[in-house]
Design a protein around this ligand. Structure first.
Ligand SMILES: Cc1cc2nc3c(=O)[nH]c(=O)nc-3n(C[C@H](O)[C@H](O)[C@H](O)COP(=O)(O)O)c2cc1C
Length: 369
């Protein structure tokens, strides 16, 4: 069990209800910013559809006790194999933003990934929950001296690891944002750069939103990451080739993600890419996974297909919107209890030993494993 009691209200009775509650509370253009994807939103839809192509190969009378959900990532213990993703502009959803997420993560015994483009500074998020396990996210772009300055701040803030978002050389083609003339710059001020005239944010997000990408290479990344002792995770890996390139550049973990369908429309479902990436790294590095996770059964399927830790993006933002810290706690507690229920019914003793044998294809094709 999670060591805290989450608050259940009719508005937060289930994960799908929390989503509805959240969307009903947001201005339509903010709801679109949260929900939307790139292009025709084909990848956004594919992310969800991929989960329904897999079912469970249920075993009964296992004789097993209550399943063990605990695990660890890069030396950090986790009460369950779940993290919250680095979602920026978090103050649009709740004034406490990632500060509330950090408190909820601490209560649930998991880690959060603090976004570079967050509403509150990294230091303020740490201050809100000093004991929370935390990974800091950075965009590997822009001038090197500012990137290096952030590396120092991340070390000083006592983060356990760094998450580098490598799928963001420019912003995705987001038509809901265009349709609503949604001006993120006008709606959101980044908390990490209050004193320098938002220099780095403008460098980073000026690139993102003006679409004048300056793409870093693995070689450049490897030489800059030699300046920190912290392990780093490459977020946004969708192919075996890039997983191997990240490993060669010194990544301590790879993070399969298509940014929740918000970047390049037309890439496959992240769950399908997970199979390819997990096979390529073959247990040498931990594999994180996100994009499309909406319930505990999805977490179990991703673990069975090779993820070591599953990350929630919009799901955490729904909880934040619906109830601040209590809302994120409710999301985490519902996830925890559903994972435990699914594993028990599946006849599985824990999350660490899940493999493809726990799953069956439901669409009549052969398993790619
Ligand atoms: C509102 C919003 C803001 C986001 N901001 C960032 C960001 O600043 N950096 C980043 O690496 N990913 C960002 N993401 C992507 C998430 O970290 C994550 O990859 C994605 O939400 C996973 O898909 P899911 O929402 O379907 O779970 C953002 C996602 C959302 C919904």
């Amino acid at each position: 069990m999670v060591a805290f009691k989450s608050v259940s209200t009719p508005e937060m009775s289930t994960l799908s209800q929390i989503r509805l509650t959240a969307l009903s509370r947001l201005a339509p253009e903010v709801a679109d910013f949260l929900e939307g994807g790139a292009g025709d939103e084909g990848t956004l839809t594919a992310n969800r559809a991929a989960f329904s192509r897999w079912g469970f190969r249920q075993r009964v009378m296992s004789g097993l006790d209550v399943p063990d959900l605990s695990t660890s990532l890069l030396g950090t213990d986790l009460a369950m194999p779940v993290l919250t993703s680095p979602f920026g502009a978090d103050g649009l959803f709740h004034p406490d933003g990632q500060k509330a997420v950090a408190r909820a993560a601490l209560a649930a015994g998991i880690a959060l990934v603090v976004p570079e483009a967050g509403t509150h500074s990294l230091e303020d998020v740490v201050q809100a929950a000093p004991k929370a396990a935390r990974i800091a996210q950075l965009h590997p772009m822009g001038p090197e001296q500012n990137f290096l300055r952030m590396l120092r701040r991340i070390e000083d803030a006592g983060c356990q690891a760094i998450c580098l978002t490598v799928d963001c050389p420019t912003g995705g083609w987001r038509e809901r944002v265009l349709r609503n003339a949604f001006d993120l710059d006008a709606r959101f001020v980044g908390g990490n750069y209050p004193d320098d005239g938002q220099t780095r944010l403008i460098e980073v997000f000026g690139q993102l939103f003006e679409r004048s990408a300056v793409v870093w290479s693995w070689e450049r990344l490897a030489s800059l990451m030699a300046h920190t002792h912290l392990p780093w995770i490459a977020k946004g890996i969708m192919t075996a080739d890039d997983a191997l390139a990240a490993e060669a550049a010194g990544a301590a973990a790879v993070y399969v993600s298509n940014h929740g369908g918000r970047q390049l429309d037309g890439v496959p479902a992240a769950l399908d890419a997970l199979v390819e990436v997990a096979r390529a790294v073959d247990g040498r590095l931990p594999v994180l996974f996100d994009s499309g996770v909406r319930r505990g059964a999805d977490v179990v399927k991703a673990l069975a297909l090779g993820a070591d830790v599953v990350v929630i993006g919009r799901l955490a933002a729904y909880g934040l919107t619906a109830g601040g810290q209590a809302g994120v706690e409710r999301v985490l507690s519902l996830l925890h209890d559903e994972i435990r229920t699914v594993l028990t019914l599946l006849g599985h003793g824990g999350v660490r030993d899940l493999g493809p044998g726990a799953l069956v294809r439901l669409d009549g094709t052969d398993t790619p494993m």
